[in-house]
Design a protein around this ligand. Structure first.
Ligand code: SF4
Length: 79
């Protein structure tokens, strides 16, 4: 399991999650932040810190934002 950032982050980029992540696995993209699926240790700190509730465990992402699981993964494909 890993954590995933979804739609509410777009245009907000509050960055609270970046500050609490113990392994620095949250990276800035143009539109939003992204969680590296292989680096995340599932500590849940970011989920609680997000002021717009954009972060979910990958098995708990709301139906309408399921595409963000792939979007987070894709962001790291060429990195
Ligand atoms: Fe970082 Fe923990 Fe959030 Fe994973 S769950 S992105 S390790 S703060």
């Amino acid at each position: 399991m890993t954590f995933v950032i979804a739609e509410p982050c777009i245009g907000v980029k509050d960055k609270s999650c970046v500050e609490v992540c113990p392994v620095n696995c949250i990276y800035e993209g143009e539109d939003m932040y992204y969680i590296h699926p292989d680096e995340c240790i599932d500590c849940q700190a970011c989920e609680a810190a997000c002021p717009v509730q954009a972060i979910f465990p990958d098995n708990g992402v709301p139906e309408k934002w399921q595409s963000f699981i792939e979007k987070n993964r894709k962001f790291f494909e060429n990195k």
